[in-house]
Ligand binder design. Structure first.
Ligand code: M5T
Ligand code: MG
Length: 586
């Protein structure tokens, strides 16, 4: 589960380049923010010099008027600095939010196009946490850290230059505490970072767990498995607590260490600086200014180490986001579009496995002529759905070729191909929204009249009218306010409306009762007419009239032919029919 997540350290600064197109439109804001920051930095660099001036020139000379006017100037500068800081904060925050909103939009669009395999490997809850927290990390970077980094480095240099200029001996003494700082900033921050990574990883596990138990709530309650799931949750939740505690414990060392360094250097400055004032080699004003510089010196240091952490997080996030945005999707392959197809489907020696080491389909070959109905029959786990998955190109074969109208589907644009396929699955996908939106899903231009026609064809119109269900009726999530059979029929209507050349029904009739099934059979006959169709049904009565029945066993084609042909073989199909008492009907 975690083995394919990139390690934090894989993040390179170059990965942050994915942000460039998102920040670019906001350049004006960025540069204004930089300008404002330069202003406030200059003021903060200059302020201690005012202190020196106040002490040495005015206080020592008993010059109260001069002192007051100096303070007035300093005060004005402080106002300028404060306003600049407020404006800069707002600009940067706005820029961060705006650019990240665009990134989030794009990310969603990319994710929707990712190959199905991508989602096989990562639990949904984890993916969601990851996307939200990774995106947040990038927002922190854009909205704060980038500019802060540059400006804080400049401020540090400015402080050092002025400190050396004022008194190099005191500067050297201040710098003597740097080993403590280096320890805090490298060793401690790297430990904090590791602990925080663990917290995030664990939080995503808790969310994955939560997501799973919410979507399975009926089964969980039905089997009284609440206790078991609760225990599982408690375990994950406890690990989250532990990870959090560890992070806090490490963090607890950080500021006190920094403060210790600060106190030590102030003490040293008083000790040595005091002596030097007494022996006249430095002035009281310089001593005061120096204390102020030392104090200020720690500000940028702190925010630099914070910025460092934000950058680390953003790097890790950028790698994962980049992986999504650069995962090869069919969209960025630029293949030629699939022309309008007639519907001749050929599987030529197709071999396939979800995991290349575990072959699920062996050397499958068959041809479906345009308009034919092909039934796939076989025991559970035989590989029927897998054949469909290949036909829809959710996956690609390891060996062999799938051709439609003689064209290799792998060499043609996926969108233009899938548009010509209709898919009805055992678990129909309905989403929260109106009935209308759910049905014209694959054909957005369909009119209300067409929709009602489709509903009539699948036999739902009457019930809907009787129950006052209109096209504006809202479906709750996953269509929970409709019965399973109704949902099935709705997805028939959806397939009908999009008028596909190739139609796939995977266990699509499993949920409808026998009476409805007769209706459905008629609906099906209309649905299938003139299209190449693939029907998977465990109830063999549904597929008796198919033009070609393919019997699959353990991923291989065992026999194929029409119902009558297969019966005379007295093989697997005959046995299956026997077990469902339908031999005599033929
Ligand atoms: C065939 C494996 C499954 C089975 C084999 C869909 C799917 C299947 N498999 C995966 O590893 N990952 C997947 O996403 O493939 O499975 P199938 O094609 O689903 O069988 P079926 O459709 O004939 O069975 P059923 O039960 O729907 O009638 O080994 O583990
Ligand atoms: Mg199946």
């Amino acid at each position: 589960m975690t083995n394919q997540e990139p390690n934090q350290r894989e993040g390179k600064l170059r990965d942050l380049l994915i942000l460039v197109p998102y920040v670019k439109p906001h350049q004006a804001k960025l540069w204004s923010a930089v300008a404002l920051m330069i202003v406030s930095s200059l003021v903060s660099i200059a302020l201690p010099m005012f202190m020196r001036e106040a002490v040495d020139t005015h206080i020592m000379a008993h010059d109260l008027r001069g002192l007051v006017s100096l303070i007035a100037i300093a005060f004005a500068l402080i106002i300028v600095m404060t306003v600049a800081n407020i404006l800069r904060g707002r600009l940067m925050a706005k820029m961060g939010q705006d650019s990240i909103r665009a990134l989030r939009d794009d990310l969603f669009a990319y994710m929707q196009k990712l190959p199905v395999q991508f989602f096989d490997k990562i639990p949904v809850g984890k993916l969601i946490t990851r996307l939200t927290s990774d995106v947040d990390a990038l927002r922190d970077l854009v909205g704060n850290a980038i500019v802060a980094m540059v400006i804080d480095s400049l401020r540090l240099v400015g402080f050092l230059v002025l400190m050396f200029w004022l008194d190099w001996r005191l500067t050297v003494i201040t710098l003597l505490i740097s080993p403590i700082l280096v320890y805090a900033m490298t060793f401690l921050t790297s430990r904090i970072r590791k602990a925080e990574d663990q917290v995030r990883e664990q939080a995503s596990l808790v969310n994955a767990n939560l997501q799973e138990s919410i979507s399975g709530i009926k089964v969980i309650q039905g089997f009284q498995a609440e206790e078991h799931f609760h225990e599982q949750f408690q375990v994950e939740n406890h690990s989250l607590l532990q990870a959090g505690m560890k992070a806090i414990a490490t963090y607890a060392f950080f500021w006190p260490t920094i403060d210790l360094a600060w106190i030590l250097s102030i003490a040293a400055i008083f000790l040595f600086g005091g002596q030097w004032v007494l022996d006249g080699t430095t002035t009281p004003g310089i001593l005061v200014a120096f204390i102020a510089y030392t104090d200020q010196f720690f500000g940028p240091l702190r925010s630099l180490s914070q910025a460092y952490r934000i950058i680390q997080r953003a790097l890790a996030g950028a790698v994962r986001i980049k992986r999504i945005m650069t995962t090869e999707t069919e969209v960025n392959k630029n293949l030629k579009p699939m022309p309008k197809i007639i519907g001749r489907v050929e599987f030529q020696n197709v071999t396939f496995g979800y995991d290349p080491g575990e072959i699920v389909l062996h050397d499958i070959s068959f041809t479906a002529e345009p308009g034919q109905t092909v039934a796939l029959v076989g025991h559970t786990g035989a590989g029927k759905t897998s054949i469909i998955n290949l036909l829809c190109r959710f996956y690609d074969p390891i060996e062999g070729r799938i051709a439609v109208d003689g064209l290799n589907i792998q060499e043609h644009d996926l969108e233009s191909y899938r548009r010509q396929i209709g898919l009805v699955l055992q678990e129909p996908f309905l989403f929260s929204g109106t009935l209308r939106d759910n049905i014209r899903f694959g054909a957005p231009q369909a009119t209300d009249e067409q929709i009602w026609d489709a509903l009539k064809t699948v036999g739902l119109a009457e019930t809907f009218i009787k129950n006052r269900i209109t096209l504006d009726t809202i479906l709750t999530e996953r269509g929970a306010n409709f019965s399973t059979g109704q949902r099935q029929l709705l997805s028939f209507a959806r397939a009908l409306i999009s008028d596909p050349r190739i139609l796939i029904l995977d266990e699509a009739t499993a949920h409808v009762d026998t009476l409805t099934e007769q209706k459905v059979q008629q609906a099906l006959a209309k649905l299938l007419a003139g299209r190449t169709s693939f029907v998977i049904a465990h109830r063999l009565s549904t597929i008796r009239n198919a033009d070609l029945i393919i019997v699959i066993s353990d991923g291989r084609i065992l026999e194929s032919g029409t119902h009558e042909q297969l019966l005379t073989l007295k093989g697997e199909y005959w046995q299956l029919c026997n077990s469902q008492n339908i031999v005599q009907i033929s």
